[in-house]
Design a binder for this molecule. Structure first.
Ligand code: DON
Length: 313
């Protein structure tokens, strides 16, 4: 594949999109956050950001959606930059769970009671607790500042409706957070940390923005558009490794075999995929499979990976 031939890249994106659209029928839009349930099931968009910064898109790439669990990568980045790995990994583990993203079971049965990794909800709530700042706004701003730089969008914002909708229905996350407080993993005010977590999950993006974020990760933290190193190479390495081992939850093994790209999904239907030293990919398709991953999005990435030989393995 010649990646300077933009017409043929666009054509490939259109083709894989067409091949994947009908797969959405097999999935369901997330309903446990009521505001997400309002989305049409058969939307599908894809954007690719090449290492020279070229951005190419197909389908519903202009539609905004919330990051949800994709944001867990960026809260982890901020925590690692603020505290370093030793501090972070004393409070959250490095192992995949084999359980659903909101599972509570291993938190109690494994001792010490630290969440197994920062990609499951318990782990991401523990990470949110590590983000310092005098107010929730100041803590959120640390994540927003990083994302504004990565996307080049100075107006990036939280979708208030989705944030309120999640906040009102998040009793399982509340249970996880209070258990973490009781276990000494979470310090400070639990409701404030939950609020920060709900807000960073509700940051609104498009596939183009997700592709840009992924391209920075793919380039080990270097942003070609600004010429800046936005975070240390080591932080990029850790995040991409978690994307391989835990990014697609209890489907991460299957995804590694079928697609082979470090990736992170969210229940709004987004997937961020970073092909090391080659490109960033953003996909949006709100119909999810039973593990909470975009069903058409995974299909599209599989087709793209086959066509362009993107697997890292
Ligand atoms: O905490 C939650 O349940 C959501 N804010 C995020 C979960 C999520 O995106 C899982 N991903 N597939």
């Amino acid at each position: 594949m010649n990646f300077s031939d933009h017409t043929s890249i666009r054509q490939t994106l259109e083709n894989v999109l067409e091949q994947s659209k009908s797969v959405a029928e097999k999935g369901e839009v997330a309903s446990y956050i009521p505001e997400l349930a309002r989305r049409e099931k058969d939307l599908l968009g894809v954007s690719v950001c090449l290492q020279d910064g070229t951005l190419l898109s197909a389908g519903d790439a202009h539609l905004p959606f919330t990051l949800q669990s994709i944001s867990k990568i960026f809260s982890l980045m901020v925590a690692l930059c603020e505290h370093g790995g030793d501090y972070v990994f004393r409070r959250v583990g490095k192992e995949p769970t084999g359980d659903p993203f909101n599972s509570i079971i291993k938190l109690e049965t494994i001792k010490p009671h630290k969440p197994l990794n920062p990609m499951i909800n318990a782990g991401a709530i523990a990470v949110a607790g590590m983000i310092p700042g005098a107010t929730i706004e100041a803590r959120l701003e640390k994540i927003m500042r990083l994302l504004r730089k990565m996307t080049g969008n100075a107006d990036l914002r939280v979708n208030e409706k989705v944030y309120q909708s999640e906040k009102q229905t998040a009793d399982r996350n509340r249970a996880l957070a209070y258990f973490l407080k009781d276990s000494g993993i979470l310090e400070g005010d639990v409701e404030e940390t939950l609020d920060l977590y709900f807000r960073h999950c509700s940051i609104e993006v498009t596939t183009a923005e997700v592709a840009r974020m992924a391209a920075v990760l793919a380039a080990d933290g270097y942003d070609i558009r600004s010429g800046e190193q936005l975070f240390p190479r080591e932080v990029a390495r850790i995040c991409k490794t978690f994307m391989v081992t835990c990014g697609m939850y209890n489907a991460s093994g299957e995804f590694a075999i079928d697609v082979g790209i470090p990736a992170k999904s969210g229940v709004a239907g987004g997937i961020m995929a970073a092909v090391p030293q080659r490109m960033g990919i953003g996909v949006f398709g709100p119909a999810l499979d039973d593990k909470g991953n975009s069903v058409a999005g995974v299909h599209l990435l599989q087709k793209l990976s086959q066509q362009w030989e993107l697997s890292i393995f």
